[in-house]
Design a protein around this ligand. Structure first.
Ligand code: 5AD
Ligand code: SF4
Length: 423
């Protein structure tokens, strides 16, 4: 979501006549788009800001904007901590960026998350998209769920859904610009509702745009991923057979304290429906370890859920209290060393599950939407399958098509490796 916000911000900058600078030290304007979902990302934002202090001393006309969730969370306290910042701007105020840059000789603030949305304020035609041939489309902002550990409802504000027809217009624009895959974005993306239109209506509307070959969405909350949505995924092979479905914990006691609104069993049942009904279906998830009060037996429940489900990949985090959240009032009583141990053992387990699962793909032919060179090996191209596996492959000739068939010859923990099959 933040990456896409940066694409929007880049769009505004470029329509103001700015272009990317080759080096940070050459820049006239530096905007930091920050994340405060965990303590670590919050600290990172300030560490980076510290590095810019000297640059500002050497070049007083440099404009520094501090944007995103950390800006929203900290507000004007940022000016006390970092007087070299010209302006701060929250994630729901992107539409004000041009004004803020123009006014940045005087310190200005633009924060109120409920005040206005950028839906119509930044034209989607101007976004600087960095992920061709895949594009992100924001369908809603904010979140009303109130998971007890999460700061997002504070920083990104209440849920607001984007008008149905505007989303369709953006998708048509993208398809006419050659994009083949779209990923719908929202904190609780399946909860989309605009007037009488639901998320399923939106999928049906988008599926009418036939030149879009793949449709994904993120992030799903397990309570909102309904049977109706899952059926729609089953019935349309342009719907990707992968979902990112954060489970957070395998312990019902902890899920309750987290205010997640489902049990481990509800989650497992949903996942098994998907795996049984949709070919080669894969899942990724988020897990927090060391939530206040999490004991060995709770953690064992998480481990056993991971063994049952066999996720394609897991983003796992040590719990960190976030200011103003309900969980921050609980006693953060799991020692840091225990959090790290749990993280370690969870990640070791997941590594062996992933290695094994990827090995099983050796010998198969897969369809890959190729998006560029492999980051690891410049002689290889890279892309993703519909079920979101990374595939690196050798190819000697320039590719005509963006979706190609690759024979898988090898695998690793994080990717499949293969050779292009010429059609
Ligand atoms: N501590 C650790 N992890 C967190 N996440 C959200 N809030 C916290 C927190 N306070 C994780 C959740 C979420 C992901 C984006 O970040 O797993 O799904
Ligand atoms: Fe945070 Fe929960 Fe909303 Fe996700 S669903 S953004 S974890 S409050």
């Amino acid at each position: 979501m933040n990456d896409h916000d940066s694409e929007k911000i880049s769009g505004v900058l470029s329509s103001m006549g700015y272009a990317p600078s080759a080096a940070l030290s050459d820049a006239d304007v530096i905007l930091l788009n920050t994340c405060s979902v965990r303590e670590k990302s919050f600290q990172k934002a300030f560490a980076f800001l510290g590095r810019l202090k000297k640059m500002k001393e050497e070049n007083p006309s440099l404009i520094i904007g501090f944007c995103g969730c950390v800006a929203q969370q900290e507000g004007s306290r940022i000016f006390e901590r970092a007087p070299h910042v010209n302006f701060i701007m929250g994630p729901r105020s992107l539409g004000s960026i041009e004004k803020l840059i123009d006014q940045s000789s005087s310190s200005s603030i633009c924060l109120d998350p409920l005040w206005k949305d950028d839906f119509s304020m930044i034209r989607f035609e101007s976004f600087v998209r960095k992920t061709f041939p895949k594009a992100y489309i924001t369908i809603m902002e904010g979140c009303n769920r109130g998971c007890s550990y999460c700061i997002v409802p504070q920083t990104r504000g209440r849920e607001a859904c984007r008008p149905f027809q505007e989303i369709i217009r953006e998708a048509i624009f993208l398809s006419e610009s050659g994009f083949l895959e779209i990923e719908l974005l929202g904190q609780n993306v399946n909860g989309y509702r605009f007037e009488d239109k639901t998320f399923v209506d939106l999928l049906r509307g988008l599926l009418k745009i036939h030149s879009l070959k793949r449709i994904r969405f993120t992030t799903s909350h397990p309570s909102h991923l309904s049977l109706e949505i899952m059926r729609e995924m089953k019935e349309n092979d342009r719907m990707c057979n992968h979902v990112h479905l954060p489970v957070q914990s395998g312990s019902d006691r902890i899920l309750k304290l987290m205010n997640r609104g489902y049990t481990a069993r509800d989650y497992i049942e949903k996942v098994f429906w998907l795996k049984e009904n949709i070919k080669d279906f894969t899942l990724s998830t988020d897990i927090i370890v060391g939530f206040p009060g999490e004991d060995d037996s709770d953690f064992k429940d998480t481990i056993s859920l991971i063994e049952k489900i066999e996720f394609q990949n897991i983003y796992s985090f040590a719990y960190s209290p976030r200011p103003g959240t309900p969980a921050a009032k609980l006693n953060d009583n799991v020692p840091h060393s225990v959090k790290l141990e749990r993280l370690h053992s969870l990640q070791n387990l997941q590594t062996s599950i992933q290695e094994q699962a990827n090995r099983e793909w050796i010998g198969r032919d897969v369809q890959v939407l190729y998006d560029g060179k492999s980051k690891k090996d410049n002689n290889m191209l890279s892309g993703r399958t519909k079920n979101n596996k990374i595939v690196n492959f050798y190819c000697r000739e320039p590719l005509k098509d963006r979706i190609v068939t690759v024979k898988i010859k090898d695998s690793s923990v994080h990717c499949l490796i293969g050779e292009l099959i010429l059609s």
